[in-house]
Design a protein around this ligand. Sequence first.
Ligand SMILES: *[C@@H]1O[C@H](CO)[C@@H](O)[C@H](O)[C@H]1NC(C)=O
Length: 416
Amino acid sequence: MLFTSKLGFLGSLLLFLPTAFAGFSSSSTTNLAVYWGQNSYGQGTGSLAQQRLSYYCANTQFNIIPLAFLITLGNPSLNFANAGDNCTAISGSNLFYCAQLEADIGTCQTTYGKTILLSVGGATYTEGGFSTSAAAISAATNIWKIFGPLIDTTVPRPFGNAVVDGFDFDFEATVSNMAPFANQLRNLMTTSTATTGKEYLLTAAPQCPYPDAADDQMLAGAVPFDAIWVQFYNNYCGLQSFTVGSSTQNNFNFATWDNWAKTVSLNPNVKVFLGIPGNTGAGAGYQSGSTLASIISYSKGFSSFGGVMIWDMSQVYANSGFLSSVVSDLGQPATTTISATLTTSTLSSTTILSSSTVTPTTLQTVTTTTTSAGSTPTTPLVNQWNQCAGEGWTGGTVCAPPYVCTYLSVWYSQCE
Ligand SMILES: *[C@@H]1O[C@H](CO)[C@@H](O)[C@H](O)[C@H]1NC(C)=O
């Protein structure tokens, strides 16, 4: 009544507006994903401590929230930092039931149109995947019963009747048989979509060194991802390496990932997101202001660009004005010279390697960096001129900003 009598035509339009409020869109270049669950800013109490999910979903500035993390797959378990304190153990399993998350996932999806993904992995994931593809497929079937639509009342359900919108992979260590695991989830999703109409997503968060050491089996044409958010932080190829005003980049390698999307990815329409730290302490290489605006504008020039991913919610809420600046940057036009220069067929993986200062040896050395979307560096940041990599090196591998871990020999890389 209100719509028809008071709002008339506009009101009827509003009824069709779920798309305006919708989550991930593969045709949009302004998607914004923000990880929730790890309380990475680290406050135990007060307004900057991680709040319950629904508190953030009311914010219309982002449309995708990966929940971090499902930390084991064989015997499934979750970690949501302080949000886990509000959950209760489910006996006979390593899982907990979270009434707030059951309610909030539903509210976030239905009221606020958010895409809610469950992210697998994180810094503490140590299972290494699966010993056989049969084990991987059976684990995926189990995960689907736990977090997908209710099809088996005998399995524990941490989110009750709530159903996630898909799964995200964030591994920092090598994993085996993760492609059959992901593909089994994909098959179950596709079958479910055919009967219910609900769409599901598969996403991944590789680190920027290409190819990604952890996710490569899945990314090398084996799994049809909808989107990947590349972590352009904690590595030499991150935001700090972007050269403002230059249409060709050396270490900053969005071009490499765009090329992956078009020539390697099983889904050639996969979207590539610029993954960024949401605050100075969220990851090495943090950028803001006009530099970040330039990086976003440059990245937007690639046709695979789908938006920005931020690590993580607690960090960005402690960084006043940052989220708004990212939203505003995303709304700006792309740097047009880039799409002209780099998205054409003249760009092959060979030209990327030869035109950049990154040699295969450098890549091998620096991909040993051990950080993930799900973690701030576990060892202290390395200062200028100190060692950050090399055979046998077990110390810190992440340079304090703005320094970059630079390859000198197989034995020695330093921050400069
Ligand atoms: C935990 O529950 C309390 C009480 O409902 C709520 O205020 C708080 O936001 C919750 N915390 C998290 C991190 O979910």
